[in-house]
Design a protein around this ligand. Sequence first.
Ligand code: AMO
Length: 437
Amino acid sequence: MPSDSLVDSLGTWRRSHYSGDLVSVPPGQEVTVFGIIASIRNQGRITFVILLDSQGLVQITIGNDADEALQKRFGELKEFSYIGVRGIPKKFPKAPGGVEIVPSQIKLLARPKTTPPFGLFSKQVPNLETRMDMRSIDLRRPAVQEIFRIRHDLLNNMRAYLSGNGYLEVTSPKIISSATEGGAALFPILYFDKEGFLAQSPQVYKEQLVGAFEKVYEIGPIFRAEESRTMRHLAETTSVDLEEAFVTFEDVMSTLESLLVSAVSAVQKKHTLPKNKLSTDGRFTKITYSDALNVLDKDGAHLDWGDDIAFTSLKVLETRIKSPYFITHWPTSTKAFYIKPLEDKPEMSESFDLICGSLELASGGTRIDSREFLEQRLSEKGLNPRAFEYHLKSFDYAMPPHAGFGLGLDRLMMTLTGQENIREVVLFPRDQGRLAP
Ligand code: AMO
């Protein structure tokens, strides 16, 4: 096996402490720390190495009075090397974390053949494309990692809220046999000898599951063959989907609002977030689709009733309506086949989108719960009811009235972290131009 003669093996060394634990180590106790070298500074007779681990930074200090072999080992270190250090931590207020380690032993565990075009703490970094091409290295930067620690906490808090309120977490198939959100944005795949698709949403499964479990949610990937290259669309993104029996769109709007207020405020207690429009304890604004069109009209941004409210129009509404806000009662023609029209005005539907700034974060509604009506709506939408037989069958055996929503997790993360490009909040983003890494 080819090996780098300068590199040590891990052997029996194991971590005794993370950087963040060092301040509370009793005086004189030896520790073993591991991490990646963020910087090396040589100041005449002393060399300072700043080591980064998953909890923070620790300074390793070596003077020219140290053991010669150890000094030589130090001389061989480069930024981005992974090392292990044994030594006794000492309080040193000027060092990051207030502690430094004067090492007694060091292991160089891996060293880079080449260093990236940025440091772990660089303010100047290459453009997004270059960073995404080397994303696993980009992710070693603590500023980037913070986004994913926020995401982790956001997900934990959303799960806690939903599970605490009686929703069952489910996982539905991602390889499916028919479109749910309209045929255009589907990824076809070869599934053995049949044509299959990547799921655009868990829509039909979450609906089928409320017949059994009443309250379900799913956090998982959705796939959209988006042709448009925008800063807010990906071909693979994560959605938080919820579905509930015996409620309407009004009820799930309240649930979405409470979920967001609860999860965002919990995340805010732990992380410093940029000022964002979701940090509110108040109720979210509600405006009907027709009223939104009136607001646009007054601004000279007329839309015909029945038009979709596109991003450019949302930009206008952003200046007029306090975010976050729901646009309710969309024209039935703009919505998917499963959204229920109003009984007395069937051209309008029991539906909503949640908007924050100019970004659509979520959409949802009351669902149609009769098979015949679903068949009619599928045909009106140019979809073949026969392709949905597996779904329609549930309705033959009766389905409770139900409603739900899909919340775009990555768009929510953009809002929370103040990122303008959705790619920044996804570990390995997928878009029309990118299938790797
Ligand atoms: P919709 O298609 O509106 O609704 O999707 C729900 C939410 O998912 C996010 N989203 C996306 N985010 C990034 N890139 C994309 N390409 C992308 N597509 C969607 C948006 C959007 O609001 N089944 C319904 C939901 C429901 O009624 O329960 C649905 O999928 O934030």
